[in-house]
Design a protein around this ligand. Sequence first.
Ligand code: SF4
Length: 307
Amino acid sequence: MQGCNMHCTFCIVPQTRGSERSRPQEEIVQEVRELVAQGVKEVTLLGQIVNLYGRHEFPREKDRSPFVQLLYALEEVDGLERIRFTSPHPIGYREDLIRAFTELEKLCEHVHLPLQSGSTRILKQMHRTYSADQYLRLTEKIRTACPEMALTTDIIVGFPGETEEDYLRTREVVRQVAFDNAFIFRYSERRGTPAAGLPDQLPEEVKEARNQDLLAVIDELALEKARKMKGQTVEILVEGPSKTNQTRYTGRTRGNKIVIIPAERRHLGQLLPVRITEYTNGFTFYGDPAIYGELSENEAEAVAVTE
Ligand code: SF4
């Protein structure tokens, strides 16, 4: 899916990428089948507002949006192991999509759901068309249906006119949702966007201070979750060698956490159960494959040495 019709006041995408356009479902499913035939195990559906895929082109069926229909169609692709998507818009994130996570085994338990601000006043200025309370209710529903769901987000700090109170509201919402991670951006003017012309542009020092403060909150939340993950066994898809140590490989959990394990080239592209043995900063984990039989003698030895 390309383009976007949402017109958030800070964003240049509708001007640069044009209106929403969606490829036919069958074409996407066929492309995924071809990728799987080449050995691909995981696909990520992309779109600026991916959950609104096909809303102008294709009908709802069986009470499912075109996007949710696409997810169910991909679930049927033999050999495909994991399905992800990014990024949904809170508007249009409905019951059918929440339910899909409880019914589709291949749909990974991670949603990147842009919040942008926790202040409803600022959300209005951003033309985000949902309130902070609606966002909170949505994340509650998502986690009630799927308690292991990892939630990440995008947040802009220092939007024109953002008061300390608005910022603190964002901070509070971040804590309430307990995000697994967040991309935090200092607002910067994009020429040609409505927000660029707004009064009360904030000084860089204020944006920077809010950025750092929010990063510290996210780090703290991530560490708290990392502590709980230690000792657990999770499934990872092995993606490639670690940049710093060729005897180690990185993989990704279904919740999109990076895990480093001792492995070899033959493990590339494999789904392995691993036990989390350590973590560094709440975002990077170390693990050992839970099934020692999957490892060569040398690797099993390396695991034993680290324990
Ligand atoms: S921020 Fe996202 S939803 Fe808003 S206009 Fe840009 S691409 Fe569209």
